[in-house]
Design a protein around this ligand. Structure first.
Ligand SMILES: Nc1ncnc2c1ncn2[C@@H]1O[C@H](COP(=O)(O)OP(=O)(O)OP(=O)(O)O)[C@@H](O)[C@H]1O
Length: 257
């Protein structure tokens, strides 16, 4: 049986006394290793808060989030990165004065690779390998022709692809993507969806928050639907599309057919 890589166990998160996530019993769901999970829900449902809880950015007021058995509330950011968790942000975070290639190299650096190599004297030998790895992930996201450009010249969609490349260079076991299709034109969206399908086929665990549920329902293998901070439904895309609760609360009557 596949083990659960991520366990959200009766989690409650409050802001100013109001529950953003959790409802009465707390939010619980599990993500088996190798799953491509889509996290959806209407505005204010608690998707971003849940996303921040499962990436260790926020700590729950009650309950636990376990990644590979480790309680994220007790782990340092470096420990979480060492568990193989990578995440992108709703607003892409790139270094505007650096080239596209250097942004990806810096992405690998935050995993401590360059620092470790510098200390061990392997820096010169490894610099070329790191550049090759960065160039390879940029090719994967379709940015080969932009590697020497400054990120300031990238479109919104290209910036999102750069975010994905900056995570991929670290070879994450579990990759969390926050609204990856926001501001991305249809041709890049289809490229992104192919990349996600490939990453999933490689055995990586993906968790993707999206407003664009048509995008997710086509490619995810499991979907969690939130409403008012609580679990409204979970299942395969086919089960979610057929779930009356979801249709009523979120999808709209046109999906019932
Ligand atoms: N930092 C915060 N301080 C106070 N309230 C917050 C904070 N973050 C979120 N909330 C509240 O928590 C609830 C859930 O918000 P959250 O952003 O997680 O929902 P969401 O599903 O991501 O919404 P959207 O689709 O609009 O991004 C909302 O009522 C929101 O106003």
């Amino acid at each position: 049986m596949t083990r659960d890589l991520l366990v959200v166990d009766r989690v409650i998160k409050r802001f100013g006394g109001l529950k953003a996530v959790g409802g009465d019993d707390g939010l619980s769901f599990t993500v088996p290793e190798g799953t491509f999970l889509g996290l959806i829900g209407p505005n204010g449902a608690g998707k971003s808060t849940t996303f921040n809880l499962i990436s260790g950015v926020l700590k729950p007021d009650e309950g636990k989030v376990l990644l590979d058995g480790v309680d994220l509330a007790k782990a340092r950011a470096s420990e979480i990165a060492a568990l193989g968790l990578g995440r992108t942000f709703q607003t892409p975070r790139a270094f505007p004065s650096l080239s596209v290639l250097d942004n990806v190299i810096v992405g690998a650096d935050s995993a401590g690779e360059r620092v470790g190599m510098a200390f061990s004297g392997r820096w010169r030998d490894s610099e070329g390998a790191l550049r090759d790895k960065a160039a390879a992930v940029l090719a994967r996201v379709g940015l080969s022709e932009r590697i020497n450009d400054h990120v300031g010249s990238l479109s919104g969609g290209e910036l999102r692809m750069l975010e994905v490349a900056r995570q991929l260079v670290r070879d994450p076991k579990i990759l969390l993507l926050d609204e990856p299709t926001a501001g991305v034109d249809p041709s890049l969206q289809s490229k992104l969806s192919n990349i996600l399908v490939d990453l999933h086929a490689e055995g990586r665990t993906l968790i993707v928050v999206e407003h664009n549920l048509h995008f997710l329902l086509r490619i995810a293998d499991r979907v969690v639907v939130l409403q008012n901070g609580q679990l409204l439904s979970q299942g395969t895309p086919a089960e979610i599309k057929a779930d009356e609760k979801v249709i009523t609360a979120y999808l709209g009557a046109d999906h019932a057919a």
